[in-house]
Design a protein around this ligand. Structure first.
Ligand code: SF4
Length: 315
């Protein structure tokens, strides 16, 4: 949950998650829709899917007990080197150093390793960590390094004057703490999309995204990207035709919301629409849902924001 998110932001999600799935067995047997719904708002939904896939393996192959063997843990879905080392060192005291974005930055500064922070630096970073890695309480050491990065040695404006390791920090000594690591340019591709909010007999039409790829398995209003030189209305008519096989009869602008995902920023224009005839898309992926039941479905943040704009969106 903490990937790309701060601890404070995650706490309510974490507490709610544990209420819904208090143990590995309840997570393993839950329907995927419930898992994705509980994850809604955290992004990177592959992690939720992996968490459940791992829970199922733990129940089926390990009697519901989390394995302690690094080789077995590493094979669980979603367990890369970082997660494996973090779980085994924090939960079981295994002597495995972790390298995450915070640790990478802290060690690069301590050791004066210049350049951009990235996995290509991990071998050098690991060598520095191993030189100081304690034989006792490896979990405490790992947490200290991560916390130092999160609270003191921040990406911008590191708090060197109150830093407990300033006395042996190479970057601080050289006055380079602001330029190590070099800042990576963030790409923020802009996407404009239209969605059709179609209501019939008091129910809204929502559509399930494919089970693989971006935002897989989440639900949303039908729609898609606006092509170059299309007006919003033209894009809406084309998307509804392509996705539902029907024509838009009338459309009026409802609300525009913006949402930034990691790699792109999307502007979503929602239109209230009437359509001619019955949608012809795969019925397993389409559902007419009463407003009171919409909360059961996992939505991408953009769609959730459309639903959240209650002033414009009369539900
Ligand atoms: Fe980071 Fe400054 Fe501490 Fe060095 S002295 S580890 S740059 S906060």
């Amino acid at each position: 949950m903490l990937q790309q998110t701060t601890v404070n932001a995650v706490i309510p999600y974490y507490e709610r998650w544990l209420e819904i799935f208090p143990d590995v067995r309840s997570l393993a047997r839950a329907p995927l829709r419930k898992v994705l719904k509980a994850w809604q708002g955290l992004g990177y939904y592959a992690r939720a899917r992996n968490l459940q896939a791992a829970a199922r393996i733990i129940v089926k192959e390990h009697g519901g007990v989390f394995p302690r063997d690094k080789k077995i843990v590493r094979k669980l879905p979603g367990f890369g080197p970082y997660t494996t080392a973090a779980v085994l060192s924090l939960a079981f005291g295994e002597p495995l150093p972790v390298i995450d974005a915070n640790v990478r930055r802290v060690v690069m500064r301590l050791a004066g390793i210049s350049g951009k922070a990235g996995p290509d630096k991990d071998a050098a970073i690991m060598a520095h960590i191993l030189a100081d890695f304690p034989s006792k309480k490896p979990g405490a050491f790992n947490q200290s390094m991560m916390e130092l990065g999160a609270l003191v040695c921040k990406p911008r404006s590191p708090q060197c004057l109150v830093c407990p390791v300033a006395a042996f920090c190479g970057a601080y000594e050289a006055g380079e703490q602001e330029i190590i690591p070099a800042l990576a340019k963030r790409s923020s591709r802009k996407i404009e999309a239209v969605v059709a909010v179609i209501k019939r007999n008091g129910k809204y039409l929502i559509q399930k995204r494919p089970s693989t790829g971006l935002l897989a398995g989440l639900w949303e209003f039908p729609g898609g990207k606006r092509e170059p030189r299309e007006t919003l209305e033209e894009a809406l008519a084309r998307e509804v035709r392509e996705e539902l096989g029907v024509e838009v009869r009338a459309a009026r602008p409802l609300v525009t919301v913006r949402h930034a995902y990691t790699e792109y920023r999307v502007t979503l224009h929602a239109f209230a629409c009437d359509i001619v005839g019955e949608p012809k898309a795969d019925p397993k992926r389409l559902r007419w849902v009463a407003p009171k039941d919409l909360h059961r479905y996992p939505f991408p943040s953009g769609t959730a924001r459309i639903l959240g704009t209650q002033y414009h969106f009369p539900i």
